[in-house]
Design a protein around this ligand. Structure first.
Ligand code: MRU
Length: 353
């Protein structure tokens, strides 16, 4: 098995370095991306994926655009950056980290000369990446305290090091729980249609030597009903002000099954995933992806040609199904509204002057 020893997304010598996640688990291929349009394509095609990872990648994408721009005035450079930001925003609609990282990087694009602006953009992108790693480590520490001893944890999709700059959100909690001797086993949903659980989470856990059992998504209810799951732990792509959570398709069904079987359901996400501008999950845009992702399995077509297909990439879990939301600032319990506001405010104070 190949090993991953560096950050999933990073800046190196004027290029953005990232793992091509479409090639895992068979090959560990590092891409060295030199221009913002190729980086946008990598986000759209899910070579890099997971809410925090695409936020950091897009911020570095703006740094690529700034360095490629031949603008000789600050105004012209800002116009080039705004155009690049529009292209990057159009890549994927659901994860709010993408939009937050782009806005934050543009907001930091200050300076008296184009070179000062270029340096400021890169510095902000680097800060976003560094803060994501810190946040993941903090969520791991906080979230692990929620786990009982000898826990069997069920997770969906990949909210690991591959979905972040490093360490992971839901998988960060599992890693920290494992290190604390509390996690016995992880049940990993394969996560149809793109198999992030089977391809990515299983790969990450195996690398860390954490015992895992791969199941199909449809088996989760069976194990929950038999009392074999201590907690369900997932990541998030966007959390509305009332605590409703958008995450990988299939999360909602899992949350309902967890509640029905009195199993705690934890969402682990940094404050950069909280969108206080959205009152409830109904307003979260849900990405619809290509039909071929559903009609084919492992590259082989399995459905009759021309069949009608729906392929929403995410669903919304209403807040009433969520036991707690773990952020880097605090573990937030229902009712979520005040706790989410306080976490975002605490985060902004830390970032402030
Ligand atoms: O479509 P993907 O693979 O980008 O979806 C990823 C998820 O849904 C993750 O659970 C979420 O982004 C949290 S990642 C820490």
């Amino acid at each position: 098995m190949v090993e991953r020893r560096e950050r999933t997304v990073s800046w190196r010598d004027g290029r953005v370095r990232l793992i091509d996640q479409t090639r895992l688990p068979h090959e560990l291929v590092w891409l060295e991306i030199e221009d913002e349009r190729t980086l946008g394509e990598a986000i759209r095609e899910m070579r890099v994926r997971g809410a925090p990872a695409i936020g950091a990648a897009a911020a570095f994408g703006l740094a690529l655009a700034a360095h490629a721009s031949s603008a000789t005035t600050v105004e012209a450079l800002r116009a080039d950056l705004a155009a690049a930001a529009d292209r990057l925003r159009a890549t994927r609609p659901t994860a709010v980290n993408l939009f937050g990282a782009i806005d934050r990087t543009l907001g930091a694009a200050a300076g008296k000369t184009p070179d000062e602006v270029r340096a400021a953009v890169l510095a902000e992108a680097q800060r976003i990446a560094d803060e994501d790693v810190e946040a993941c480590l903090a969520m791991g520490r906080l979230g692990a305290t929620l786990l009982p001893d000898q826990a069997t944890v069920l997770t969906h999709c990949n909210a690991g090091a591959l979905a972040t700059v490093d360490y992971g959100t839901a998988l960060g909690v599992i890693r920290a729980g494992w290190q604390a001797g509390k996690v016995r086993r992880v049940l990993v949903d394969e996560t149809r249609p793109l198999l992030q659980g089977a391809r990515l989470t299983a790969w990450e856990l195996a690398q860390d030597g954490i015992p895992l059992t791969l199941i199909t998504d449809t088996m989760a209810g069976h194990f929950l009903h038999r009392g074999e799951v201590s907690a369900v732990i997932v990541g998030a792509d966007r959390i509305a002000a009332n605590g409703d959570v958008a995450n990988k398709i299939g999360t909602y069904s899992l949350a309902v099954l967890a509640k029905e079987n009195a199993v705690p359901f934890y969402v682990v996400a940094p404050t950069s995933t909280i969108d206080l501008s959205i009152a409830s999950g109904d307003q979260i845009p849900i990405e619809e992806r290509r039909p071929e992702e559903v009609t084919a399995f492992g590259g082989r077509t399995v459905a009759p040609s021309g069949v009608a297909v729906a392929n929403p990439a995410f669903d919304v879990t209403p807040h009433r199904y969520i036991t707690a939301i773990v952020t880097e600032v605090a573990v937030i319990r229902p009712p979520f509204e005040d706790g989410l506001r306080a976490a975002v405010a605490a985060r902004s104070r830390k970032d402030g002057p």
